[in-house]
Write a protein that binds this ligand. Structure first.
Ligand SMILES: [Zn+2]
Length: 412
């Protein structure tokens, strides 16, 4: 048999396997008959693949509790404890970790302060310790942990496992995947933190049935995850989506990246704090010292009605809305999910944002897009990083990174 033919048969089998697994993930508990109907595969193929998945322990048989007489139907569902994964967000000054089951349910979380992360060796050792601690905290067997996902801000080459540039950590070309794998002996996946959130939304959240959507994060920075035609868009070398560093005014405020007038230099947490401190310096804020102004405090005072601070959020929201209107013009997505720590500001930021979007978007495009402000929890970043590993279990080989395969309709 020619080699390409064997390769194609293996590929088709892998694609069918992914199809069945995803039907069980999204519809389970589900009968084999339903899987046949939903997948379009033949009963023989479904029977063969489900037998394999049961043998691997990824799915299991369940009997329906409620039966209308006769033999109760046998349903298939994901085996929840088939695998556990650890997700980690490496931030400036702290590390958050979560451990989840195969359906991305969080079993346990951990946040530890972490100083000195600029030194790579130190960061790798600390990451290893955090992984062990969160596994121990959840009391799951270490050998069932199939992977560790790490999300961090910056330009990340996910395929090469390389942090190409992280302005916050001061890293350039750090082979993070390899270093942490050597430290812990468990497969490691890394990606830009916003991409990990977009992945979590696509596989387990609001983006599950949406082919074209964007995730915009606000907080320490401003990030963008892009899903087009059901696939992640990363750019040529993983640098796509630097929405926060789109330049609005070349003589604007200085940004972390070294340039002036980036969107995040107006909208991100440090920008809000700086604007509040400047207001103190101009004696526009009474009874407040510049030193006590953290972003949480600034938000609290604005929510309590401080007009000077409300105006700062209003301007930030407006600039964010203009940026999002530009994104709608370029991508025409069905959904924009706004997420990140900055969601804490609520209407202070998002009312002016929505107004600016409506005002600035190209005529006729505004109504196509639903904008959802996501509830934010501290574990969300780590949950996103966990999905980096989980998607490896569910994704189809035709969506694999670096795949050269382009296939139309496939025979069963
Ligand atoms: Zn910048």
């Amino acid at each position: 048999m020619p080699r390409f033919w064997t390769a194609n048969r293996q590929l088709i089998r892998a694609i069918n396997r992914s199809t069945v697994l995803n039907v069980v993930k999204s519809e389970g508990p589900v009968s084999r008959t339903e899987i046949v109907r939903l997948s379009g595969l033949s009963p023989a193929t479904v029977s063969e693949i489900t037998a394999d998945l049961i043998a691997e322990g990824l799915i299991c048989e369940k009997t329906a509790g409620d039966s209308t007489g006769g033999r109760p139907p046998i349903l298939l569902a994901l085996t929840q404890d088939a695998a556990y994964v650890v997700g980690i967000k490496l931030a400036e000054g702290h590390i958050s970790a979560a451990i989840t089951d195969i359906e991305a349910n969080i079993l346990s979380t951990l946040t530890v302060p972490a100083a000195g992360m600029h030194a790579v060796e130190r960061a790798v050792v600390t990451l290893g310790e955090v992984v062990e601690r969160v596994i121990a905290k959840a009391s799951v067997p270490r050998e069932r942990v199939t992977g560790v996902g790490i999300g961090l801000a910056g330009v990340i080459d996910a395929e090469g496992g390389l942090c190409r540039f992280s302005p916050i950590l001061g890293w350039r070309d750090v082979p993070l995947k390899k270093l942490v794998e050597e430290q812990i002996g468990i497969p490691v996946y890394i990606d830009n933190d916003v991409n990990t959130l977009a992945m979590a939304e696509k596989w387990f959240g609001a983006g599950q049935d949406v082919d074209d959507f964007l995730v915009v994060t606000v907080g320490r920075g401003v990030g963008l995850g892009i899903v087009v035609n059901g696939q992640f868009y990363r750019g040529t070398r993983g640098g796509g989506g630097e929405f926060g560093h789109t330049v609005l005014a070349s003589d604007g405020p200085l940004c972390d990246c070294g340039k002036r007038g980036c969107l995040e230099a107006y909208v991100a947490d440090p920008a809000l704090v700086r604007a509040a401190q400047e207001a103190v310096a101009r004696s526009e804020l009474s009874g407040v010292s510049a030193a006590e102004l953290t972003v949480e405090r600034v938000t609290e005072l604005a929510q309590a009605g401080n007009e000077t601070l409300r105006a700062i959020f209003c301007q930030a929201g407006e600039i964010l809305g203009m940026g999002i209107a530009n994104l709608l013009n370029i991508f025409n997505p069905a959904l924009v999910i706004v997420s990140g720590e900055g969601v804490r500001a609520g209407d202070l930021l998002f009312e002016p944002m929505r107004e600016a979007v409506a005002r600035c978007v190209f005529d006729g495009l505004g109504q196509d897009t639903e904008i959802v402000i996501q509830d934010w929890g501290d574990e969300a970043w780590a949950w996103g990083a966990a999905s980096l590993v989980l998607q490896e279990i569910f994704k189809s080989p035709i969506h694999a990174r670096g795949s050269e395969v382009g296939l139309g309709a496939l025979p069963d």
